[in-house]
Design a protein around this ligand. Structure first.
Ligand SMILES: NC(=O)C1=CN([C@@H]2O[C@H](COP(=O)(O)OP(=O)(O)OC[C@H]3O[C@@H](n4cnc5c(N)ncnc54)[C@H](O)[C@@H]3O)[C@@H](O)[C@H]2O)C=CC1
Ligand SMILES: O=C([O-])CC(=O)C(=O)O
Length: 328
């Protein structure tokens, strides 16, 4: 018991045993993700940002909510990478969001510099971490972060498929007037206009939606899913979605830290799967404490297979452009 306490010693918190997640970029996605992780008691969180005072202020605000939320996780804010040492997971949300009229690819140059810089600094402090990328354009930024990190590819993952599938699930549940708990959807490919929602692998209580809706209705839901990010950017007029993105990243963090091996769509390194190599692209992954322990190869129709190749081609082109930009 410390000297200033009197009476019974009530100390019973387990010291610093909780896993540690560092979130680089304490903006809309980063701070909401921090909130989700601590309020679900998943891990202690370090929020890092270059904006003076912002991560510290947000962390204190979230700590003060503990009086109401009753979780025992700690969250600190910092601008110093030394404070992130020995993190189990590093999530990168640092970067610029798009504005109305922009595509995610328009963020390529500015976010490439940021991703490369923050990844190097974060991994230097936590060389054994799993690295999760959120910054857009997602698949290209995940590739760059992997290169900057020097990590083996299964330890690097991009968040997008969970979000895209969650949007598809939401639209399916609304259309069919069923509980969202009954709906499971699958979306593959790059996190852009060419993503590949898979109606045949999207089900309501095990029934493929192709047996529940006509083609025209399904196509409308597919199009809305592909346009999901832009729809919100257009409505908000400043910034982009962050509640559903934070929920999606939080689910992935949970599957990794608790070694749950959930099968979740995410941008993973491909080494021959789906006929693709040396690229990060949205595919069904098995996420555990080691990172991506498996990429599942679904049996795709010729049309979906071709759509995946087209989506990969766009990502590949952007990787090449970015390499040129970074060396210019
Ligand atoms: N993968 C996905 O599905 C999604 C990706 N995004 C992307 O995530 C990124 C972040 O989005 P928001 O949080 O809404 O943006 P935001 O503007 O609210 O936050 C970005 C934060 O990054 C910080 N930052 C910038 N450079 C930094 C650096 N060098 N070091 C540390 N911090 C730095 C900024 O100060 C800011 O606080 C954007 O690129 C956005 O497009 C957003 C939603 C979904
Ligand atoms: O649309 C954006 O720019 C942000 C994002 O990736 C999403 O919400 O899917």
């Amino acid at each position: 018991m410390s000297d200033h306490n009197r009476g019974m010693d009530l100390t019973c918190l387990p010291g610093t045993q909780a896993p540690r997640v560092t979130i680089v970029g304490a903006g809309n996605v980063g701070s909401t993700l921090g909130q989700r992780i601590v309020e679900k008691n998943i891990a202690d969180v370090v929020l890092l940002d270059i904006q003076a005072g912002r991560p510290q202020g947000l962390a204190l605000d979230l700590m003060e909510a503990r009086g109401v939320e009753h979780h025992d996780r700690t969250i600190i804010g910092t601008a110093d990478y030394a404070d992130t040492q020995n993190s189990d997971i590093i999530v990168i949300t640092a970067g610029i969001p798009r504005k109305p009229g922009m595509s995610r690819d328009d963020l390529l140059k500015v976010n490439a510099q940021i991703i490369t810089d923050v990844t190097r600094q974060a991994i230097a402090q936590s060389p054994n971490a799993i690295l999760m990328v959120v910054t857009n354009p997602l698949d290209v930024m995940t590739y760059l972060a992997w290169q900057a990190s020097g990590l083996s590819p299964e330890r690097v993952i991009g968040m997008a498929g969970v979000l895209d599938a969650a949007r598809f699930e939401t639209f399916i549940a609304l259309e069919l007037k069923v509980s969202i708990a009954n709906v499971h959807a699958m979306v593959l490919g790059g996190h852009g206009d060419l993503m590949v929602p898979l109606p045949r692998y999207s089900t309501v209580s095990g029934i493929p939606i192709t047996e529940l809706m006509d083609e025209e209705t399904i196509q409308q839901l597919v199009d809305r899913t592909r346009n999901g990010g832009a729809e919100i950017v257009g409505l908000m007029q400043a910034g982009s979605a962050y509640f559903a993105p934070a929920s999606s990243a939080s689910l992935m963090v949970e599957s990794i830290l608790f070694n749950r091996s959930r099968i979740l769509p995410a941008a993973a390194y491909l080494d021959g799967q789906y006929g693709l190599s040396d690229i990060f692209l949205g595919v069904p992954t098995c996420l555990s404490r080691q990172g991506v322990t498996r990429v599942l190869e679904l049996d795709l129709s010729a049309e979906d297979y071709q759509a995946l190749q087209t989506s990969a081609q766009a990502v590949r082109q952007n990787i090449a452009t970015t390499k040129t930009l970074l060396t210019a």
